[in-house]
Design a protein around this ligand. Structure first.
Ligand SMILES: Cc1cc2nc3c(=O)[nH]c(=O)nc-3n(C[C@H](O)[C@H](O)[C@H](O)COP(=O)(O)OP(=O)(O)OC[C@H]3O[C@@H](n4cnc5c(N)ncnc54)[C@H](O)[C@@H]3O)c2cc1C
Length: 412
């Protein structure tokens, strides 16, 4: 069976998560929206995207990643100017450390300044005003990055989509891609699970944690695995002002931000849970990474003592919510963005390493530029999907390396 797809629509994007949505919007901004169809089998933004804590922060050790994040700030401005509501909180981010960590924090702020990222040295009183739940002494070694923010990730992804649709993009729901089709080393389209075939000259695999299921059979294994990301939200309490700041506590691998009158906080465990992507269901509701630790209590127990050093009330508050989902971590901590070298017209956008909301604007712009053969705003060589020698992305040792990337990730 062949689908009634308009032949002028020769660009297919698989997945309407934040990456697929941002790419579609960027193509529409280049006047190419009429060529684009996004194929989504479930709810747009219903995968990892809607589960994100959605911190959007600029500070990174690598200038290329800073450039990707900056594009998201520009994208958010442009979408808000079009009247889109992103649930954005201009909260700023406090980085707080112990006295032993003060030197490293100062160096990080200096390196950030060299990349044009503004920071301030807040007084202890200012730290307390922005995060009254922090232990008082925590204010002695703190740096504040005023431009950082958090959003509602579902609204941001929807805004990219809506603006894309206004620019001519078509969203096709209930479109479950089974195979990417190719002939003579060129992509020719996709086949859906209901047997329909859609023709295309360009296919962009933005299928999130499921991207390898389509990619491996093409001989393009992606160097990533779905690793558990998670956070907890406390009950409401007066120590959590709604306009409070994001707080990073890099020494204990924890972060926090206000959420509906409570505190949303995450801790990166030393051995994060990881799954073989073939075992991940299409619908994540009810999915648990580790049946022996379904609510993440083990990792909360691991992090509770160090967290108490910064957040004295942590043990006395009730946990109201636990949120978990897959983030695609790569074994080398680089994203996976670019064209296949073997199949012309095939592109991949994945390997978010837990920061896909932050990088979405840059990922959208870069993929649009690569697809349209416009000189890209950053070099994408390091993100090459085929940067590894042949390997098995489902091998337990490989999964463990991807989990180790999350364990060692720098905060921010
Ligand atoms: C708990 C948690 C906290 C996080 N916190 C942050 C944060 O604070 N800041 C930040 O920047 N990032 C954060 N992230 C990471 C962020 O959520 C991800 O990087 C981002 O959502 C990845 O987007 P995506 O589009 O690649 O994947 P997804 O959002 O998963 O989208 C992929 C889409 O593809 C669809 N799909 C898959 N296969 C097919 C198919 N065969 N056919 C059709 N459709 C298909 C899926 O249904 C899905 O909608 C967090 C993630 C988690 C889990």
């Amino acid at each position: 069976m062949s689908a009634d797809l308009d032949r002028a629509r020769d660009i297919l994007i698989i997945g309407a998560g934040i990456f697929g949505a941002a790419i579609a919007w960027s193509l529409a901004r280049q006047g190419q929206g009429h060529r684009v169809t996004i194929l989504e089998r479930g709810h747009p933004a219903g995968g990892a995207t809607s589960r994100a804590a959605a911190l959007v922060t600029q500070i990174r050790d690598d200038p290329v990643l800073v450039a990707l994040a900056r594009e998201t700030f520009l994208a958010m401005q442009a979408l808000e100017a079009e009247g889109e509501h992103l649930g954005r909180h201009h909260a700023g981010a406090l980085h707080v450390v112990s006295r032993q960590g003060a030197e490293a924090l100062s160096q990080r702020a200096e390196a950030a300044a060299a990349l044009g990222i503004r920071s301030e040295r807040p007084s202890r009183a200012e730290v307390q005003a922005r995060a009254p739940w922090l232990r008082r002494q925590a204010g002695d070694c703190a740096v504040f990055f005023p431009e950082d923010c958090y959003v509602d990730p579902y609204l941001l992804a929807s805004a990219y989509l809506k603006a894309g649709v206004r620019g001519g993009v078509r969203l096709m729901r209930d479109a479950d891609v089974r195979h990417v089709l190719h002939a003579d080393a060129r992509v020719t389209g996709v086949e859906l699970s209901d047997g329909r075939r859609l023709e295309a000259r360009v296919v962009i695999n933005a299928a999130g944690a499921w991207a390898n299921l389509l990619s491996v059979e093409l001989g393009l294994p992606l160097p990533m695995a779905p690793v558990r990301s998670h956070y907890w939200i406390t009950e409401q309490a007066p120590i959590f002002p709604r306009n409070g700041a994001i707080v990073f506590m890099p020494e204990i691998r924890a972060y926090a931000r206000p959420e509906v009158g409570g505190l949303l906080f995450g801790i990166r465990e030393r051995s994060p849970a990881v799954v073989d992507a073939r075992k991940l269901p299409a619908d994540l509701s009810g999915f648990v990474f580790d049946p022996a630790d379904a609510d993440g209590w083990e990792s909360l127990a691991e992090g509770a003592d160090p967290l108490e050093g910064f957040f004295p009330a942590v043990r006395s508050l009730r946990i109201a919510h636990y949120v978990t989902g897959p983030s695609n971590y790569t074994d080398d901590a680089q994203l996976i963005l670019g064209a296949s070298r073997r199949i012309d017209g095939l592109f991949v956008a994945s390997g978010c390493n837990g920061s896909g909301i932050t990088f979405s604007g840059g990922v959208g712009r870069l993929l649009a530029e690569l697809v349209l053969h416009v000189s890209p705003f950053i070099s994408s060589a390091r993100f090459d999907p085929a940067r590894h020698a042949p390997f098995d992305p489902y091998a337990p040792a490989f999964l463990a390396r991807c989990a180790a990337t999350r364990a060692g990730k720098a905060s921010g």
